[in-house]
Design a protein. Sequence first.
Length: 535
Amino acid sequence: MDPQHRLFLQTVWHAIESAGYDPRALAGSDTGVFVGVAGRDYGQLLGDADVEIDGQAATGNTHSMLANRVSFLLDLRGPSEPVDTACSSSLVALHRAVRSIRTGECGAAVVGGVNLILTSAGHHAFGRSGMLASDARCKTFDEGADGYVRGEGVVALLVKPLAAALADGDDIRAVIRGTAVNHGGRSTSLTAPNPAAQADVIERAWRSAGLSAATATYIEAHGTGTQLGDPIEFAGLAEAFRRMQATGRRHCALGSVKANVGHLETAAGLTGLVKVVLAMRAGTIPPLAHFTRLNPGIDLRDTPFYINHRATEWRRLRGADGVEIPRRAGVSSFGFGGVNAHVVVEEPPATTPPTPPAREALPVLVSAATDERLRDQARHLLAHLERQRWQPDFPRFSDIAFTLTYGRPRLPARLAFDAASVDDLLAGLRGYLDGEPAFGADDALSSWCAGGPDDLLPAPWPARRVPLPGYPFQPDRHWLPERGPRRAWTPQSWPMSSWPPRPRSPGPAWTPRRLCHRVHPRPPTRMRRPCSTTR
């Protein structure tokens, strides 16, 4: 199996858990799966290692199966599709998911992108084309920009209608207001960007959102960091905002996550979106890394843009009526084959948390597949709570207990106890890890830990779902078999009935001048006939 399949599967599981849901609870729903993926490095390694190709190799290395595997495992009945538009793949996947939800094809969607670098072939190809930075630094919008840096990563999001998320008490990270996709058509070359088409897709996304681009306070640029590509992208962005009459004072920062983590290619668009969501949540616009002096091909005059070179507060604009406007941003992603995507996103609306239950103590449940995994689960949860408990946005104890009890799968190895506060929760986890008896466990919870039915648990209480550490998967190593030492091939060592080769007809007798061969671990009778060259 291509590691991209396995890592995406784990990341999807964690994304659903982070949203406060048991992934298995989505079974039978019309949830869709849309994922950007293109790399085939592992298939190349399989061929180079002379691994026998069978049905499992096909299902483990086909891009359709990367998405379909998630739908199969979680029993999801919505659309299940891979998307390959090169560097814009994951943002195009998000566009497809949003459209699918709006047309009723699915009620929610898992959206993702995956990019792993398993061979050096891409580095050689892009390096010889002059696309890669000479110093392994992506210097977006800088005068020293000379190429991008390849990066690896896996991203997964859970997307659903805003009304449903509010009704379900979800921890909403951001609201997608508008999306758009197009192609650059014929330009100077197949891989050359078209600034007019980029302007079109940005304008369409903001108009589909029904928002004024003048309310944008941040743009996450594609920003690969090339001497010509950055000015072209900026020209398209400036043109789009000019068309929408969104010029004026400089109130919209520019940045690109590629300067921090490199270019994740098929996962790049969602990586930029994740950065924007985190920045909104923190109320801070992070600085553009590796920026010293503006690319001379970029003219910021008469535009609302500025390069954010230091961490600054993400301030909200005020409308004509004096009311604060939510933080809004645009995210761009452009494929080198010409497919462009842009997404408009804003911070979630303020909501009133539900009233905590009146009962003094609440159940806390933690479970895993094995006792070893259970201890890791408890250890990760304890470390997370101790690290985050003094943060201003730390969730209420009742929300934490609800998410652990009703937002996680109930697996065979179990831990359960009653707690009335975060301190009680921490004490219970420490006691379990220190080998002490269960802290404050009543008879019903003790019976449940021993394998009793779920009806022993109390009924759910009003609460929000909050992000907590995901399942600690067993870190098994999966890779190609080790190759033995190469042996020189000779007819005597591996005799073949067809040796020596018969002369060609018509023409002179065939004389081998050079032999090209591989060492095959399989029996000699299954070896391919050696190829040869003649002069």
